[in-house]
Design a protein around this ligand. Structure first.
Ligand code: FAD
Ligand code: NAP
Ligand code: SF4
Length: 678
């Protein structure tokens, strides 16, 4: 493999007894496939694809060393010899592709979702209804042995190593940080006592597996909770873990219960690299950086600057299993970049559904969503170059069909061209860029500025017609809806002048996004990505890297909002309750920081020169605003499709099919599945 382009990222890493072919680790992700033995074949295919794509070292999702450590009852556990043959299916699939793989061992402690959980102390987590029991000395000892047993079994199953999960707030963190550890015995109190548990685990594992086996340890480099470890305590622990036998120190950032976002799309790229760099300076073993590293440029820069020896990317390798090879072959512009939306990966995990990827629906479905080259080449028209149309047209062309993609707009991307302009959603530019390149490479014939009508389709004689024409914004029948104060979200996101006091009608995903756009200082609708700087982001979220504060937290200093905004809905429920599980709380917190007044249970009476007249709990109120922005949902645009026509070669997908729960994940997946079947 050439290492001219990203010389540091692609440089092999000699660990003495084995060599990683480059510096890219696929970080551990729970996909849901771990939990059922009958999914082992699917998991083997999933990992094999990433090994084939050139990744230096893969890490499995977390396996629990015993039942008390379960995430939830019947979650994936690796503590029996009977499990070995199943795991060998994974390791041999990876080794056949020339890759290496480590098994992650994770004990959830008080994050276990069952009544028999245990932890360092009997302190319930705010995110779990079950209160843990404090572990006895005997239970601590047997848990250490269970970690070592899982590692020994992993070696017998031909894994190349194990990763001990010591971050994100799981059991090991619960011992290491005074946030949970209130013990007064030799496992609590001073840092020497609190780090005893992970140090003993690593020593016991090293004894069980011998010298020639990789042990990674995922250490919290910043905990982002009150009572988290200080920087000095983290360094002390890292040194002790190195001495105990760790081969590679990996980075963890924050606990799951932290109220500072650590991986959502609004977190700037590589926002935590200096926390890793601080530990790397003290250690002699290789150290790996993680969190919001999603392009080869960022990865290369981190390693070249000496902040870390390796980078861990998890979601970016769901999005593109061939990330490393594409970078090495000079095809970095073909990488399907993870946009950190969490919509199909972590949100699925929290909903107990199998993980996948919004921008790559084949992820974790490698044996099910398969694109077979065609023998019957067809002439295919796709109308609409939004996410749905882009997905179906590129995959169909790659299979060998002759595809023409039409859009009446002057550029591809559909509504993603609005989404990408929202402050904190700049990553959405990447998806539009990626599809732009994929359209070129796959040979799709793209016709922009072309509005297609039924007459044209009648005459053109296509074998298959895909209608992916998206939506029209809904304009609710409120008295005064035609008033000059009224704007649609499209007006706002295409540069309409907006006053200093604004009411937003509708608090769905778009209402929240538009409110963020309106309050954000310097937000402009001019298609220039302006990601927030790490410094500004840290100030707003109260993250401190420089002092020795426990948990690295200081007072939040939100920047003054650009406008005074009201966000309204008719439902009486909490605003934003329907937003995505892992990112919705961040949107709510941002709007709260910016003093947006969120009002539910509203009836809209009228809009006039005075402003917006509403009734809430029987009381009338006038919001004296300069503008009223309508974000009241959408209606499908499907005039090119008629169910009654009997034309079986017409297909309706994306927002055009269903605007009610319109989202890009469904649009892209529908497009991909249709392409596989044409
Ligand atoms: P569209 O994106 O609407 O594309 C339809 C295309 O068809 C358009 O380009 C249009 O010009 C073209 N077209 C229509 N009629 C014709 C015709 N007759 N001839 C030629 N061309 C035609 N979704 C998420 O999942 N996550 C998010 O975070 C998210 N954020 C969003 C933020 C904003 C501000 C907005 C507006 C939307 C957001 N969405 C998000 C929704 C997401 O963008 C849509 O779900 C997605 O774009 C739907 O894809 P689509 O291809 O079905 O339709
Ligand atoms: P939405 O989620 O359906 O929300 C529409 C909003 O408009 C609701 O708050 C609804 O609340 C209100 N509304 C509906 N009909 C109305 C009417 N007749 N009069 C007044 N208010 C009305 O739709 P959206 O915000 O337009 O977003 C579209 C889709 O894009 C979302 O479903 C989502 O999938 C996707 N999206 C996702 C994200 C994300 O972060 N994941 C971001 C943006 C968009 P009431 O009925 O209570 O008033
Ligand atoms: Fe990245 Fe979104 Fe895909 Fe998850 S679903 S891997 S966050 S692009």
């Amino acid at each position: 493999m050439s290492n001219q382009r990203y010389p540091h990222m692609l440089e092999p890493l000699d660990l003495g007894f084995t060599t990683l072919k480059n510096r890219v680790i696929m970080g551990s992700m729970h996909t849901g496939l771990e939990d059922r033995f009958w999914n082992m074949g699917k998991m083997a295919a999933y990992f094999a694809e990433r090994a084939k794509g050139g990744t230096g070292l893969l890490i499995t999702g977390g396996y629990n060393p015993n039942r008390r450590g379960w995430f939830y009852p019947t979650a994936g556990t690796f503590n029996s010899y009977a499990d070995i043959p199943n795991h060998r299916r994974i390791t041999s699939a990876v080794h056949n592709e020339g890759g290496k793989i480590a098994l992650q061992i994770l004990h959830a402690g008080r994050y276990s979702y069952h009544p028999f959980s245990h932890s360092a102390s009997a302190k319930k987590a705010a995110i779990n209804p079950f209160k843990p029991k404090a572990m006895s000395e005997k239970e601590i000892r047997s848990t250490i042995k269970d970690f070592a047993k899982s590692a020994r079994l992993a070696k017998l199953a031909n894994y190349d190593g194990v990763e001990v999960m010591g971050s994100e707030g799981y059991l090991i963190n619960q011992f290491m940080a005074p946030h949970v550890n209130k013990r007064t015995d030799k496992w609590g109190g001073s840092i020497e006592n609190r780090m005893r548990f992970p140090v003993e685990i690593v020593k016991e594992i090293r004894k069980a597996v011998g010298e020639e086996f990789i042990i990674l340890f995922r250490l919290s480099m910043m905990e982002l909770v009150e009572g988290g470890m200080t920087a000095n305590e983290i360094i002390k622990s890292a040194l002790a873990l190195e001495k105990a036998g760790v081969t590679i120190m990996n980075t963890g950032i924050g606990w799951h219960e932290a109220r500072v976002p650590t991986i959502v799309t609004s977190v700037p790229r590589a926002a935590f690299r200096d926390a890793t760099a601080r530990v790397k300076k003290e250690l002699s073993i290789p150290v790996c950086a993680s969190n919001r590293i999603n392009t080869p440029e960022v990865a290369e820069d981190i390693i070249a600057s000496g902040d870390a020896d390796l980078v861990s990317m998890a979601r970016p390798l769901l999005a593109d299993p061939h990330f490393v090879n594409k970078a090495a072959e000079g095809r970095a512009d073909e990488i399907n970049v993870c946009i950190a939306c969490n919509q199909a990966c972590i949100d699925h995990t929290f909903e107990m559904k199998r993980a996948s990827c919004m921008v790559n629906p084949q992820a974790c479905h490698e044996t099910e969503l398969v694109y077979i080259p065609v023998t019957n080449k067809k002439k295919v028209a796709v109308i609409g170059a939004g996410p749905a149309g882009l997905s179906v047209s590129t995959a169909a062309a790659e299979r060998g069909h002759d595809v023409t993609l039409y859009d009446m707009a002057s550029k591809i991307g559909g509504q993603f061209n609005y989404a990408k302009q929202i402050p904190g959603k700049e990553e959405f530019y990447e998806m539009v860029k990626y599809y732009g390149r994929r359209v070129e490479v796959s040979g799709v014939d793209l016709k922009l500025n072309t509005k297609v009508d039924t007459d044209y389709l009648e005459q053109a004689g296509y074998d298959e017609v895909v209608v992916a024409t998206g939506i029209n914004p809904r304009m609710p029948p409120i008295e005064g809806i035609d008033h000059k104060k009224v704007l649609s979200y499209i007006d706002v996101l295409t540069g309409a002048k907006v006053g200093k006091k604004v009411a937003v009608i509708g608090a769905g995903g778009i209402g929240f996004d538009v409110a963020e756009f309106l309050v954000h200082p310097g937000a402009k609708a001019d298609s220039t990505p302006r990601p927030q700087s790490v410094k500004d982001w840290r100030e707003e979220w109260g993250v401190d890297i420089d002092s020795d504060n426990p948990g690295h937290l200081i007072e939040k200093k939100p920047h003054a909002p650009e406008r005074e905004v009201y966000l309204l809905q008719r439902k009486k429920s909490v605003l934003g309750a329907g937003l995505n599980k892992t990112s919705g709380w961040v949107h709510r917190a941002v709007l709260k920081m910016k003093d947006v007044e969120m009002i539910g249970g509203v009836s809209y009476d009228k809009i006039d020169d005075e402003g917006l007249h509403i009734t809430v709990k029987g009381k009338q109120r006038v919001l004296h605003v300069d503008n009223v922005v309508i974000c009241a949902g959408q209606e499908s645009r499907k005039e090119l499709y008629s169910e009654d026509s009997g034309k079986t070669n017409f297909h309706l997908i994306g927002g055009a099919e269903f605007a009610g729960e319109l989202d890009a994940k469904r649009a892209i997946k529908q497009g991909a599945e249709l392409a596989a079947s044409l």
